[in-house]
Write a protein that binds this ligand. Structure first.
Ligand SMILES: [Zn+2]
Length: 433
């Protein structure tokens, strides 16, 4: 029996798809490396892999409800994986080719076109490097000075500014009294669609603000951080497309980067991952400079912003996650309504695009019940506990065919989903008195 299962697993694990098209860009680092979906209970798989000393891999995504884990392996470790009696499917055959598909294919005149037509969609034809995003935001600020202001709230380890985009229309309602909605993206450097989607939300909101005054533009303020991790994001464009953390020094020489989403001081626990690992939390809370700057900014502008809603964009797996991330045994306040709003967001997305986003507590997604440190120190929990009455993390498309490497043709469809979700979220917040 065992032998039969193994044979099936080997056949499926070793299956090859069609040869991908030739790409002009070369990414030797990931040539022939693969992403494999293991269709088993993630808890089992991860504990077996953690105790196996003959395989090296990076975890990409997992779902307890749909029973799978996606892992990234090179060719040698793919061969080792076939010795486990699991049902496996190669979802990305050659990572280098999948990476090339996310890189710009055209030389778009983004700055010139945006200067002439500030709300042109050209910006969303491709993923954009940091300089282009900064230039685009600068043009929006120049074009709509009464509505858009871009603030620099500090500098990263590599001396890049961390930028916040404040959108607010002058109105009779006192600034500090209006509810503020915060939307962040790009915390994890490789999740490019979270960056493009924050930009798309800004773009959609500006269209709404330029229309006749309406409830959302009159009664709400917005803070957007499109790139929460500027150093990491820049690094994914020049050095390593799959980099996740920021780029600051750690206590170990040659090990760079802290996971910003493990750095916030709320039930912070030091990660079991070492300083070179992708989940590394640093040695103390707020060691990640970006998390600290955001915290200090919130403290120093306490009276300016009446933060009420928070949405943190990530990828991938199409999920609406609600607090808490650090533990499944801590009950969030107003849980019934929190879950109802999450289902409302999911339904809005399904109506908009037909895509299904699962609703679940963040602790399940983070495997906090498996290892408590995995879900600790998240921005979601921190914002929910200290700042925002309603808070969610949205993990955007897709559900696994491309994972973190979602091709650029999906930028606008995902952007529209996010804009619809935020619109629904705002409408709920305005009706919640
Ligand atoms: Zn993420």
């Amino acid at each position: 029996m065992w032998g039969t299962r193994l044979l099936v697993a080997v056949l499926v694990c070793g299956a090859h798809g069609l040869a991908p098209p030739q790409q002009p860009l070369v990414f030797p680092k990931y040539h022939n490396e693969k992403v494999v979906r293991i269709t088993e209970d993630p808890k089992n798989v991860l504990s077996v892999l953690a105790s196996a000393n003959n395989i090296t891999y990076q975890k990409w995504g997992s779902s307890a409800s749909e029973r799978f884990v996606d892992i990234h392996v090179d060719e040698d470790n793919h061969a080792v994986l076939q010795s486990f009696s699991w049902s496996c499917q190669v979802i990305i055959e050659n990572l280098a080719d999948a990476i090339a598909e996310t890189m710009p294919q055209h030389q778009d005149p983004v700055v010139e076109t945006t200067q002439a037509h500030p709300l042109s969609e050209i910006f969303f034809r491709e993923y954009r490097p940091l300089e282009t995003i900064d230039a685009w935001l600068g043009i929006l600020q120049q074009t709509f000075p009464d509505i858009v202001s871009v603030e620099e709230i500090g500098q990263t380890y590599e001396h890049r500014p961390l930028k916040i985009v404040h959108i607010s229309r002058p109105s009779d309602i006192d600034h500090g009294k209006r509810k503020t909605v915060v939307v962040t993206g790009g915390t994890h450097a490789r999740e490019w669609v979270s960056v493009s989607s924050v930009c798309y939300a800004i773009y959609s909101l500006l269209q709404l603000y330029l229309e006749e005054p309406n409830k959302i533009s009159d009664q709400l303020d917005f803070l957007f951080i499109p790139v929460m991790n500027p150093d990491g994001y820049a690094y994914t464009w020049t050095e390593d497309r799959l980099w996740k953390k920021n780029r600051q020094e750690t206590h170990l020489p040659k090990c760079f980067g802290i996971d910003i989403d493990h750095s916030f001081e709320f039930h912070w626990t030091r990660s079991s991952d070492w300083a070179c690992g992708e989940e590394y939390s640093g040695e103390s809370p707020f060691e990640a400079l970006e998390a600290r700057m955001w915290h200090q900014y919130l403290n120093s502008t306490n009276d300016d912003h009446n933060i009420y809603g928070y949405i943190d964009l990530h990828s991938y797996s199409q999920e609406v996650l609600y607090p808490y991330a650090f533990s499944c045994s801590e009950q969030p306040r107003d849980e019934e309504n929190l879950i109802e709003l999450a289902y409302g967001i999911s339904k809005t997305i399904r109506r908009q695009s037909g895509k299904n986003y699962n609703v679940l507590p963040a602790c399940i997604d983070k495997d906090s019940d498996l290892l408590p440190d995995l879900g600790s120190g998240s921005a979601l929990d921190f914002m929910y506990h200290n700042r925002a009455y309603w808070a969610y993390q949205l993990k955007l498309r897709d559900s696994g065919s491309h994972g973190f490497l979602l091709p650029s043709k999906y930028i606008e469809p995902v952007g529209r989903e996010v804009a619809a979700a935020i619109y629904y979220f705002c409408t709920f917040i305005l009706s919640d008195e």
